[in-house]
Write a protein that binds this ligand. Structure first.
Ligand code: PLP
Length: 393
């Protein structure tokens, strides 16, 4: 069947399919835990559920310390502050605004390096080229559940004696050579936002093996208060409440099932779409086992016959709401216009990927049959590419 864009009748899907939907516990699962919380009247400030949740994550991520937080953005900001950095922080422009805002809001200057065009992670040779005495840290992103070149970045960390931290918002349950993402670099930050494969509604966590950094951040997420009479750090309120930890504890029980399902859905996409000219998949780095949280494809216009924006528009008419994720890139945000660190920057790989990228629906409650239907639709968009292009002119 032709895409609805050409038929102008009923969309293929009655309801909108977004790229993600939250995995939420049932009322039955929540009730006893919420009752315990209400009975205790301890609803935040490092309660039992919070502490249990932190402990479970420490075991799962094989890391010494986990600090649950209110969200990943504030966690990244506080981490930047806690590291006592100055000057520039090398980062990727191919990320969510939170990564770059955290650097900027901490009074630091993002120094953008280009990405590897296949894995979309920071190009480590580029990182090396940008190292100067003004660079005080590297904030890399384990993007779409793909691990960065953690070995090379670790080497840079040791040689340059600067912190390397990871925005691992997308990468819970991603592994590098059997080691879970979470214990690499100086520290890592996860997001448990409702859009992620694992959610505490809003939420996130900082993970680290560094005892001093842990102690400092633990204070900084609670106004810097050490005890009744001492405020020893400049901090914020970034604690995770008990209710969110309850969602987290229930969610952790199901995480394996979720990961397995996402792997199946992504395998269908890969099998069905890999034969279509002009569709390219993100390359998962050697040694990395992805969590399959995203299905990111590139539309190569010269081969597919349509641009990414055209495909995005046509999918919408059938209620498939794909995302141009990440577009715009970090140095092109309106809010950074005119700022020195963003001025005149053109990074070819980043711009190419950002102009071609499209994230497709993938989440636990998505039916495999619906993934097949999305693939049929993309196939049909390719078959009808000339007619679509004419109509879009
Ligand atoms: C790469 C990246 N970093 C940080 C964040 C921010 O996470 P949060 O919503 O938990 O603040 C996101 C959110 O999607 C993200 O994609």
């Amino acid at each position: 069947m032709k895409p609805n864009f050409l038929r102008n009748k009923k969309p293929l899907f009655k309801d909108k399919l977004f790229i993600t939907r939250p995995n939420l516990p049932s009322m039955g699962e929540l009730k006893p835990k919420i009752e315990t919380m209400l009975k205790s009247r301890w609803v935040t400030n490092f309660g039992d559920f919070h502490n249990k949740f932190a402990g479970r994550l420490e075991d799962m991520l094989e890391v010494k310390h986990v600090i649950p937080c209110c969200n990943a953005t504030i966690a990244l900001f506080l981490l930047m502050k806690a590291l006592d950095l100055k000057g520039r922080v090398i980062t990727t422009p191919f990320t969510f605004p939170a990564t770059i805002h955290a650097i900027h809001m901490a009074g630091l200057e993002p120094l953008f390096c280009d990405i590897d065009p296949d894995s979309y992670t920071l190009d480590v040779d580029e990182v090396r080229r940008h190292l100067t005495p003004r660079v005080s840290a590297i904030l890399a992103v384990n993007v779409f559940g793909n691990a960065c070149d953690v070995v090379s970045l670790d080497r840079i960390r040791a040689e340059e004696k600067i912190p390397v931290v990871y925005d691992s918002a997308h990468s819970l349950c991603t592994y590098h050579k059997k080691r879970p993402i979470g214990g690499f670099g100086t520290a890592e930050v996860f997001s448990f936002h409702a859009t992620k494969l694992f959610t505490t509604l809003e939420g996130g966590a900082i993970t680290t093996n560094d005892d001093d950094l842990y102690r400092k951040l633990k204070l900084m997420i609670n106004f810097g208060i050490q005890d009744e009479e001492h405020v020893v750090e400049v901090g914020l309120n970034a604690k995770m409440p008990e209710m969110n930890a309850i969602f987290g504890l229930i969610g952790l029980e199901k995480i394996k099932k979720i990961i397995d399902k996402l792997a199946c859905l992504n395998a269908i996409y890969k099998k069905r779409l890999s034969g279509i000219p002009g569709i390219k998949f993100q390359k998962i780095r050697e040694g990395c086992r992805t969590n399959n949280q995203y299905m990111a494809i590139e539309i190569i216009p010269e081969d597919f016959g349509l641009t990414r924006d055209m495909v995005h528009r046509v999918l919408k008419e059938d209620n498939v709401i794909a995302r141009k994720y990440f577009f715009p890139v970090g140095y092109s945000y309106d809010c950074y216009k005119g700022m020195d660190f963003a001025r005149g920057i053109r990074l070819p790989n980043t711009e190419k990927v950002s102009s071609r990228i499209l994230c497709l629906p993938v989440y636990y409650s998505l039916d495999a049959k619906d993934v097949e239907k999305i693939c049929d639709l993309i196939e049909s968009i390719y078959v009808c590419r000339k007619e679509i292009a004419r109509k879009l002119k």
